[in-house]
Design a protein around this ligand. Structure first.
Ligand SMILES: Nc1nc2c(ncn2[C@@H]2O[C@H](COP(=O)(O)OP(=O)(O)OP(=O)(O)O)[C@@H](O)[C@H]2O)c(=O)[nH]1
Ligand SMILES: [Mg+2]
Length: 153
């Protein structure tokens, strides 16, 4: 679970979907070195706390992070053999349709997210180990599972 300064959307629960904090709290965590990685996405801060990740790794577990491209770049530096998977929409039009269908994102925010996604899709091929187009969910899942199964073999 990530820490963020964006406000919760309807139905999102603090401590479940994100840990929602104010700017001062986020900056304090940054200066304490509490984050493994952090980034600014669409004007809001997002970060992964270091401690729970290191604890899980010490216990021999794999850790899954759902983070943006800036965060992926930091993780690549810290953990060179991390597996980076970029999940892309089939098209910008479909991304817009999905964001609209979610019903919790304003038109201005949808346009901002689309601009960010276009930029991320330009950078992704250089950084990520696998690009998956999430057209049909079951097929996207199959590609990811297949890729990870080959990697650990
Ligand atoms: N670097 C970084 N990015 C994060 C973190 N947590 C979430 N993000 C990214 O921040 C972006 C915005 O996430 P949200 O605010 O959840 O917006 P969303 O429209 O629900 O985006 P998705 O969760 O990707 O569908 C996404 O690209 C997330 O992957 C984090 O801890 N670190
Ligand atoms: Mg989200």
């Amino acid at each position: 679970m990530s820490v963020t300064t964006r406000p919760p959307r309807p139905g999102e629960v603090d401590g479940v979907h994100y840990r929602f904090v104010d700017d001062d709290t986020f900056q304090r965590l940054v200066s304490q070195g509490a984050f493994l990685e952090w980034a600014v996405y669409n004007g809001r801060y997002y970060g992964t706390l270091r401690e729970p990740v290191e604890q899980a790794l010490r216990a021999g577990r794999d850790v899954l992070l759902e983070i943006d491209v800036q965060g992926a770049r930091q993780v690549r530096k810290l953990v060179p053999d991390a597996v980076l998977i970029f999940i892309a929409p089939p098209s910008v039009e479909e991304l817009r349709r999905r964001l609209e269908a979610r019903g919790d994102t304003s038109p201005a925010e949808i346009e901002a997210k689309i601009r960010i996604a276009e930029e991320e899709m330009r950078e992704a091929p250089r950084l990520f180990d696998l690009l998956v187009v999430n057209d049909r969910l079951d097929q996207a899942v199959e590609r990811i599972v297949g890729f990870l199964t080959d990697r650990v073999r």
